[in-house]
Ligand binder design. Structure first.
Ligand SMILES: Nc1nc2c(ncn2[C@@H]2O[C@H](COP(=O)(O)OP(=O)(O)OP(=O)(O)O)[C@@H](O)[C@H]2O)c(=O)[nH]1
Ligand SMILES: [Mg+2]
Length: 450
C-alpha cells in the first residue's frame, strides 16, 4: 500500500515539496531626516544653514536566482523590508542610503500586485529582477530651503515614509516540453530515459508528487527542457488526486507529450483515457488544451500493448492523431519522439535560440496613489486624505513652527485651502491630515468669520 497522499507534505524521496505560490508583504525603507543645523565656526558669528539631506530608504528588489527552487522559504517568511536611510548631518553631510532588501525567487516566478490583481513582472531569466517598491526619499536638510527671502530656515524635511505592498508570487516552471498523462502511464520513466533527471518511478499511482525538470540533449546544437508533472486524473478540476495544481507548470511549454498506458488499459481504454485527459486540460485552461500534442502509446514492450497499439492506430488516425508507439523501458520509439518534439520546437524558435539575452531589470509602477479628498465628520471635523497630502504631512516636523508655516504655504499652493473653503469650512473648525490636527484660520479671510 502506498503511503497516504499529501500535496504539501514532504515528498517520499525526502526532497522538499515544490511550493509554487506565496503571498509576501513588503515595505520599502523610510528616507532619513534632513538636518536643521547652522554653521558654527570660530570667527564666523552668523554661519548659514548647513543641514545635510537624509539618505534614501532601501528599495525592495525581487530577483530570479537559479539556485532557488521553490517558494517555500517565502511562504515561511512573508515579511520583508528595506533598511531606513540615515539622517543628514551638519556640515551639509548627507546620510547614508538604506540597504535594499533583496528577495531571491526561482526563475519563472510571476509577481502580481494583490491590491489590483495586476501582473507586475514575469521573471523569466536568471538574474531578471524587479524593483517592487522604491525606498522613501531622504528629507532635505535646511541648507536646501535657504533662499533670498528665507536666509535662515530653522527646519528641515523628515524622510519620506516607506511604502507597503502585498505581492502574490506564482511559480510557473519554464520547460519547452510537458509530459502529461494519467498516473502510472510512465511519464517519469520516459523523463529518466531521455534526460539525466532521476525522478522516482513506481508501479503505483502518484509516485510523482511535484514536477521534475530534465534537460534533454539531442545533439550538440539541440537541447530542450522537459517537465514531468504528477499524474492527472478525471475530476482533477474538482480537486481529485493532486488536482490541477501542477498543470500551470506545463502552461508555458511549446508542445505536450501525451502519454497513454497501453499495458494496463482495457480494450479501447486508451482512446477514452485520451479524451478524458483532454477534457481535464480544457477544464483547467482552454489554451492548454489547444497546445500541440505528440500522442504516445507507451509500454509496447508488453506484447498485448503492441497489439492494441496496432489495432488502435487507425482509430486515432481517423481523429487526425498520429499515434506513436513507444517503450520508455526499452527505448523503442524514443528517437522518433524526440524528432517530432524538436520539429515543434524549431517551428516555435525554442531550440537553437538558447542564447541568453541580458537580464532585465524592471521597476514596478508605484502602488496606486489615492486622490486628494475631503470628508466632513461630526467629531473629527474636516478630514483631508490622499497619498500626496498625507506624504507631505508625514515629511513635516510638526513640532517645529517654521516647518508648520512651510506646510501651510505648500498646502495653500496645492489648492487645499480652497478645497476646504468650498467644502464649507469656517474659522475655528478642525482640520486633520494624517497626524496633523489644527484649527482652521482663514488668513486671507473675507470678513465672514463669526
Ligand atoms: N513494461 C513497461 N513498463 C513501464 C514502461 N514505462 C513505465 N513503466 C512502468 O510503469 C510504472 C509507472 O511508471 P512511472 O514512470 O512511475 O509512471 P508516472 O506516469 O510517472 O506515474 P505517476 O508519477 O504516478 O503519475 C512503473 O512500474 C514503470 O516501471 C514501459 O515502457 N514498459
Ligand atoms: Mg511520475
Amino acid at each position: 500500500m502506498p503511503p497516504p497522499l499529501s500535496a504539501t507534505g514532504p515528498d517520499r524521496s525526502g526532497v522538499a515539496p515544490l511550493v509554487d505560490e506565496a503571498i509576501i508583504e513588503v515595505r520599502s525603507g523610510r528616507g532619513g531626516n534632513g538636518a536643521a543645523t547652522f554653521r558654527r565656526e570660530k570667527f564666523v558669528p552668523l554661519g548659514g544653514p548647513d543641514g545635510g539631506n537624509g539618505g534614501k530608504g532601501g528599495d525592495v528588489v525581487i530577483v530570479a536566482d537559479p539556485r532557488v527552487r521553490t517558494l517555500l522559504d517565502l511562504q515561511r517568511h512573508p515579511h520583508w523590508r528595506g533598511q531606513e536611510g540615515v539622517n543628514g548631518q551638519c556640515g551639509r553631510k548627507s546620510g547614508r542610503n538604506g540597504a535594499d532588501c533583496v528577495i531571491r525567487v526561482p526563475v519563472g516566478t510571476l509577481l502580481h500586485d494583490v491590491g489590483t490583481g495586476c501582473l507586475l513582472v514575469d521573471l523569466k531569466q536568471e538574474r531578471d529582477s524587479c524593483v517592487v517598491l522604491q525606498g522613501g526619499r531622504g528629507g532635505r536638510g535646511n541648507a536646501g530651503f535657504a533662499s533670498a527671502t528665507r536666509r535662515t530656515p530653522r527646519f528641515a524635511e523628515l524622510g519620506e515614509p516607506g511604502q507597503h505592498r502585498s505581492i502574490r508570487l506564482e511559480l510557473k516552471l519554464l520547460a519547452d516540453v510537458g509530459i502529461i498523462g494519467f498516473p502510472n502511464a510512465g511519464k517519469s520513466t520516459l523523463v529518466s530515459r531521455i534526460s539525466a533527471a532521476k525522478p522516482k518511478i513506481g508501479d503505483y499511482p502518484f509516485t510523482t508528487l511535484a514536477p521534475n525538470l530534465g534537460a534533454v540533449v539531442v545533439d550538440h546544437a539541440t537541447s530542450f527542457i522537459v517537465a514531468d508533472i504528477p499524474g492527472i486524473i478525471e475530476g482533477a478540476h474538482a480537486g481529485k488526486g493532486l488536482g490541477h495544481q501542477f498543470l500551470r507548470h506545463v502552461e508555458r511549454t511549446t508542445v505536450l507529450v501525451h502519454l497513454l498506458d497501453f499495458a494496463s488499459s482495457e480494450r479501447k481504454g486508451p482512446l477514452e483515457d485520451f479524451d478524458r485527459l483532454n477534457r481535464e486540460l480544457a477544464l483547467f485552461n482552454e489554451a492548454l488544451s489547444l497546445k500541440p500534442q505528440v500522442v504516445v502509446a507507451n509500454k509496447i514492450d508488453v506484447s498485448e500493448a503492441r497489439e492494441m497499439c496496432q489495432e488502435l492506430q487507425p482509430v486515432f488516425a481517423s481523429r487526425g492523431v498520429d499515434l506513436l508507439p513507444l517503450s520508455a523501458v526499452s527505448g523503442e520509439g524514443v528517437e522518433r519522439l524526440l524528432r517530432e518534439v524538436v520539429a515543434y520546437l524549431r517551428t516555435d524558435g525554442r531550440v537553437d535560440a538558447k542564447a541568453m539575452s541580458e537580464p532585465q531589470r524592471t521597476i514596478a509602477p508605484r502602488p496606486t496613489e489615492r486622490p486628494t479628498k475631503i470628508d466632513v465628520s461630526f467629531d473629527l471635523g474636516y478630514v483631508v486624505t490622499g497619498s500626496v497630502v498625507e506624504k507631505l504631512v508625514a515629511m513635516t516636523d510638526l513640532e517645529n513652527p517654521d516647518a508648520l508655516n512651510h506646510l501651510q504655504r505648500t498646502l495653500d499652493g496645492m489648492g487645499i485651502m480652497k478645497m476646504l473653503k468650498s467644502a464649507g469650512i469656517r474659522d475655528g473648525d478642525f482640520v486633520r491630515i494624517g497626524n496633523f490636527v489644527s484649527n482652521f484660520v482663514d488668513e486671507d479671510g473675507d470678513g465672514e468669520t463669526p
